[in-house]
Design a protein around this ligand. Structure first.
Ligand code: ADP
Length: 261
């Protein structure tokens, strides 16, 4: 029964993903075809032609961005899990993180000294933290603070009632929080959906948090988001401690479908 549920979830996710891609590309093609059509009709006005061509270029670049993210998504299937201390990965990664968010944002680390080890793909973990940092940066256009916190935490059965694949008990918690503009309830309900974005065309693809959610599912963990409009957002990644999970035996997890909060 579990196998069938997984399969159904995968089909639903694939449907959602292909629907999203088709919709996105359709919009981009509409722009490109419309502009080329106008160029062909009146090619003598070079100023206008340049303007229309620029808009085509922008649409095409966005298309390339989407395919690149999709490829990153499918590459995710090849996992290289290792037993690691997330603190070490984070410390190695700190400079890159600071560069990604820029000078107006202060990166703070609050790392638990005796953190339990976890088993995960370090590359996936770093992409996830980077995606969270980029979102945090976008939520703090006037500057602010990005805090990365690690701790040994626990999930209770009631908190993961919708995740029968997870066991309650100790987990390693990685929290990425910002002092940005936060999200309203309508946005929060949809953030893990592939292609959901509130950002302008060319700014967001709506795949950042899908990657994060996909990574956490693959790692056998749980993701939650708390957010308050005008105050900020905190993304919680619960990762299973190395050695105590059934997920090692699972070939691959379901694709991200819905928010876990
Ligand atoms: P993208 O960043 O490309 O839009 P994501 O999947 O990463 O795609 O995020 C989806 C949406 O969730 C964003 O467009 C934004 O509205 C919201 N969001 C994500 N992270 C944050 C954050 N830290 N603060 C406020 N809103 C956020």
């Amino acid at each position: 029964a579990e196998e069938r549920l997984n399969q159904a979830q995968k089909m639903e996710a694939i449907g959602q993903l292909t629907g999203g891609v088709a919709h996105d590309f359709n919009n981009l093609l509409t722009i490109i075809v419309g502009n080329l059509d106008m160029i062909v009709r009146r090619p003598e006005d070079s100023g206008r032609v340049t303007r229309l061509a620029m808009s085509c270029l922008q649409a095409a670049r966005r298309g390339a961005e989407v395919t690149e993210k999709l490829l990153a998504f499918s590459r995710r299937q090849v996992l290289r899990p290792e037993t690691v201390n997330p603190n070490r990965l984070l410390k190695d990664f700190r400079d890159l993180l600071q560069r990604a968010v820029g000078e107006t944002i202060e990166v703070r680390f609050d790392l638990e000294a005796s953190l339990d080890p976890v088993r995960l793909d370090p590359g996936q973990f770093e992409s996830a933290v980077l995606n969270l940092a980029v979102n945090a940066r976008d939520a703090m256009p006037g500057g602010g603070a990005l805090t990365v916190r690690t701790s040994n935490a626990a999930l209770e059965a009631g908190e993961i009632a919708d995740r029968p694949d997870l066991a309650p008990g100790p987990y390693v918690l990685v929290e990425v929080s910002d002092t940005g503009h936060g999200m309203d309830a309508g946005t929060l309900a949809r953030v893990f959906e592939p292609f959901f974005t509130t950002k302008d065309v060319g700014r967001g693809t709506g795949l950042g948090l899908s990657q994060v959610y996909g990574f956490v599912l693959q790692a056998g963990g749980h993701a939650r988001i708390r957010s308050e409009v005008g105050r900020g957002t905190c993304v919680e990644l619960y990762l299973p401690r190395s050695g105590d999970r059934a997920v090692d035996r699972r070939p691959d997890g379901p694709m991200p479908l819905r928010r876990a909060a």
